[in-house]
Design a binder for this molecule. Structure first.
Ligand code: 5GP
Length: 124
């Protein structure tokens, strides 16, 4: 399948430094920054630096190095938030919207990490 990436999307512009962001953590292949409209006390977006549109695009076409680096950074964000249930935290949620049916707003792959309050059932 051919994926089409729009390099004018907001997150591409953040990666190029054209739009400011509140960076939480950065690695060679990924960036974590605060969501501009937080839905929870902690709401961080983790994005790969490469031009991927959705989870499936990233999972199918990114290198193993990019995939590991991205997930390590996301894990470090959870640790920084202090929300890891196995380490005394009260938990968190990861979400990734893809395409029209999930109302994906920004066409650059990202994972939301939400925490700091009870989040309720996912499909409520
Ligand atoms: P989506 O619906 O694509 O999964 O979510 C996109 C997210 O990006 C939304 O939660 C929205 O608040 C966030 N967002 C949109 N524009 C900006 C921006 O310019 N800066 C930051 N930090 N977040 C943004």
């Amino acid at each position: 399948m051919a994926y089409s990436y729009d390099d004018q999307n907001i997150f591409a512009r953040i990666l190029r430094g054209e739009i400011p962001n509140q960076t939480v953590l950065e690695s060679e292949h990924a960036l974590a920054f605060r969501d501009i409209h937080p839905q929870a006390p902690e709401h961080v977006l983790v994005i790969p630096k490469g031009p991927y549109v959705t989870f499936d695009h990233f999972a199918l076409e990114a290198s193993a190095e990019e995939i590991v680096d991205f997930h390590r950074l996301a894990g470090q964000v959870c640790a920084l938030m202090g929300v890891q249930p196995g380490a005394g935290g009260l938990g968190y949620r990861t979400i990734s919207n893809a395409g029209e049916h999930s109302a994906q707003e920004v066409p650059h792959y990202h994972v939301h990490i939400l925490g700091g309050r009870p989040l309720g059932p996912l499909l409520s």
